[in-house]
Design a protein around this ligand. Structure first.
Ligand code: GUN
Length: 283
């Protein structure tokens, strides 16, 4: 039997439509500042897409570009200025930064209230203790996809493959918050297949092309593929899609699964950041 293919493009379009409708209700459109350092072509494309998507839903976007040889102090200062600017509701520093620049002091200068990427220590701490504020966009988007697929999380066996700060670790907190029983696997996990086969919900976020084979999947599982591995044959996920779809109950494709959700959730976070300031101002 072939799995249901979860349509990330459609779910992302629904999120964007909701954001657009809610932005219209605000007195002032929220403002999103992006900071792009250096000239990595993939990062430039991501940032451009973030601006286009913002414009579509009525969010103001402000583009800051710095050369790859900018000093750490100059970068820190820019983020500090944005942090103090009342016209900016969300700050996103595109990662990775060029070699020689440390992301930690940059991210630490973003106030939690403007942390639309959910990457500051405060945002991570709030999420880890079960009282999330702004949540990292990719895991937040995965929760939307799981809801759209009707995945039952309460008491479910969930396995996350990958322990990155952007996806794996926050994903664990979100699944725990939904009362799943969560296991996290990584490069030192002894028998990856054995652990993955327990999963009713499997999140593959390891950054390794087709790491998850059909035999690693529990029949009927919901499989979310976060991988974006660029091979000569094109974009490939962390899951062997063709084999997995014969075993899984539902699965996201690559591309067209998780990818479109990340930007949609960035818009949703920027709306939330803008709305909380305006609500505070009115009361
Ligand atoms: N680079 C790849 N994904 C992301 C993301 O979600 N946020 C930021 N800031 N940089 C990224």
């Amino acid at each position: 039997m072939s799995a249901k293919v979860i349509d990330g493009k459609a779910v992302a379009a629904e999120v964007r439509a909701r954001v657009a409708a809610e932005v219209k209700e605000l007195e002032t459109p929220p403002g999103l500042a992006t900071v792009l350092v250096g000239d990595d072509p993939a990062s430039a494309i991501y940032v451009r897409r973030k601006h286009e998507a913002s414009e579509e839903v009525g969010i103001r976007s402000i583009d800051h570009r710095l050369p790859a040889d900018v000093s750490q102090d100059e970068l820190n200062d820019l983020v500090e200025t944005l942090a103090g600017d009342d016209g900016i509701n969300g700050i996103l520093v595109q990662l990775p930064l060029p070699d020689g620049l440390d992301p930690a002091p940059v991210i630490e200068r973003i106030p939690a209230s403007k942390d639309v990427d959910g990457l500051t220590p405060v945002s991570i701490g709030l999420l880890a203790r079960g009282t999330p504020a702004l949540v990292p966009c990719t895991p937040a988007g995965i929760m939307e996809l799981l809801a759209s697929a009707g995945a039952e999380l309460e008491g479910a066996e969930a396995v996350v493959v990958g322990r990155s700060n952007l996806v794996g670790r926050p994903m664990v907190s979100l699944l725990l918050g939904a009362n799943a029983t969560v296991t996290i696997c990584h490069s030192r996990t002894k028998d990856l297949g054995e652990v993955c086969r327990r999963a009713e919900v499997l999140i593959a976020a390891a950054g390794s092309a087709r790491l998850i084979t059909g035999e690693m999947i529990r029949p009927g599982a919901t499989v979310i593929d976060v991988g974006t591995n660029r091979l000569e044959e094109g974009l490939v996920g962390d899951v062997d899609f063709e084999a997995a779809k014969e075993v899984a109950g539902a699965i996201t494709p690559v591309p067209g699964g998780v990818g479109p959700m990340t930007i949609a959730m960035l818009l949703s976070n920027t709306l939330a950041a803008g709305r909380s300031v305006q609500t505070t101002a009115k009361t």
